[in-house]
Design a protein around this ligand. Sequence first.
Ligand code: R5P
Length: 279
Amino acid sequence: MYTIVWSEHEQLASDAGLIPLAWTYRQFPDQESYVRIIDPVPKKVAILCSLNNPDAKIFPVIMVAQTLRRLGAEHITLIAPYFSYLRQDFEFAPGEAISGQIFGQLLSQYVDHVVTIDPHLHRIKSFGEILTIPNDILHTDIILANYIKTNIMNPLIVGPDGESWQWVNRISKLLNAPYVIAHKTRTGDREVSVRIDDLSPYTGCNVVLVDDVISTGQTLYQTAKAVNHPNLTILAVHAVFADDAYNLLRSVSSHIVTTNTIKHVTNGISVAPMLQTYN
Ligand code: R5P
């Protein structure tokens, strides 16, 4: 499919066989966005943009979508390998914005179809509760399991919290490997504590921590400390890596691997084959 490709995804788009449309994005000195679509616009078109750093990206995405529409696009698919704002899916304290819903409803006004990978659906059971347009959800369990199978012998899959169970359970089934879910308590953005049950039945296994998102890194850092294994692997889908999260995790593991839904130095597993159906 002809696609407006965000600059950080050029390699991913090429590997997925998406055909880039020429366009320009830049910011004026005052941080306002400038968008220009240079190539002719086909009736069916996609935008490839992961929605990490969402507040900076959402308006340019809307500008691109509206400009595509004005130039003749009749069907716009937003391929957002990472879809943000999904963790604030509930009014935890009175008066809080339910950001996921607001974000999804906003995007639904400008594009016709959303494709995303492993969205953080926890309290929300269906992506349709967030979006009012058709959507495809793709899963990385098979490619993560393949990575473990190829690179780590005798793995024990460890999830940091109940929310990670959906990934950990599927991956361990694919590998026929054992898994353990730790118990996480989060009391603030960076205040996380993790407790884990006795791992002595798994002596001799190589520990692989698996989670969907690395943001501050605290979840997996505290899990690694609780596991206290000399040689553990950290595997995650979405490499958000806020602040100093990368260095924090490097202090507990020299083997950190993520998928390229968000471009990062830890990317070691490509989601390109999963996007090939949209080429
Ligand atoms: C939440 O349950 C998610 O699955 C991740 O565990 C969480 O978002 C990771 O965030 P952080 O890296 O900030 O601890």
